[in-house]
Design a binder for this molecule. Structure first.
Ligand code: GLP
Length: 252
């Protein structure tokens, strides 16, 4: 458990960095699954910092092998829109690490047919052999990616309407506030998330303590999409002290 969101960011970044090292047999690692949001900001800042501390050849080697799929994107927003997840990723990782667009992939929020784009994105993940390390934040309503409640573990990558709680949670990112938050999004499904080799749920702050407790301690259920992660064989929950404050296993 980390003392603060920043310390947590350093730890999660170190885990991602270790995964970027080519395996001894030279087999390419499976793509990373990446999230956006406030929780990931210190993670990506720490990752850029840790990569810049490596010897140039080591850094180049790790970056050359970079391949990632982001979890989600708003329907109607594209990379030129500062409020899109594509723009957020370009600011936090794509630009600082000089990654090519084909290395740092997101659903196309401007696709004419979002349902079709969601299917294409799901197929692209499958064609890449599925996801390796999947980073997840936790929504205030228990969502992961944009898998809004109610959501079962069989939900595929798809286009869906956003929950009012989610639009409220993310309103602060939009100049126009709640009115500016799109109504729909494309998200990687729970099917693809649960099939990832390793899932890392990253949660910081007191405001998430109760939804984290419910997601980990209540029986898996559609009203808590994150609760399905309990069944994942390689789930790591990485938290700061504030987010962990209500977890029963830590009570004395
Ligand atoms: C957002 C995103 C998720 C993110 C989560 C937590 O709506 N769709 O990918 O991980 O909700 O966001 P935050 O870290 O800002 O609390």
């Amino acid at each position: 458990m980390a003392a603060s969101a920043e310390a947590l960011g350093q730890r999660v970044a170190a885990l991602v960095l270790a995964g970027l090292r080519p395996s001894p047999a030279g087999a390419p690692a499976k793509p990373l699954g990446l999230a956006t949001g406030r929780t990931m900001e210190p993670v990506y800042a720490a990752l850029v910092e840790q990569l810049s501390g490596l010897a140039s050849q080591d850094r180049q080697q790790r970056l050359a092998g970079w391949s990632s799929f982001n979890l989600d994107e708003y329907v109607g927003l594209g990379p030129d829109d500062p409020e899109s997840f594509a723009a957020s990723m370009a600011r936090s990782l794509g630009g600082p690490l000089a990654l090519e667009p084909e290395q740092l992939r997101l659903p196309d929020g401007l696709a004419r047919h979002p349902e079709q784009e969601a299917r294409r994105y799901g197929q692209a993940i499958a064609a890449a052999g599925g996801l390796g390390l999947q980073l997840l934040g936790l929504g205030d309503n228990g969502h992961v990616g944009f898998n809004e409640p109610p959501c079962g573990p069989g939900a595929p990558t798809r286009c869906l309407g956003l929950d009012p709680a989610t639009r409220l949670q993310n309103a602060g990112f939009f100049a126009a506030g709640l009115a500016g938050v799109p109504q729909r999004a494309i998200t990687v499904g729970l099917v693809e998330i649960l099939a990832a080799e390793t899932v890392v749920l990253v949660v910081s702050g007191e405001a998430k303590a109760e939804i984290l407790r419910r997601s980990l301690e209540e029986p898996p259920q559609p009203q808590l999409p994150a609760s399905w992660l309990q069944g994942h064989p390689r789930l790591r929950v990485m938290v700061d002290e504030a987010a962990a404050s209500r977890l029963g296993c830590l009570r004395v």
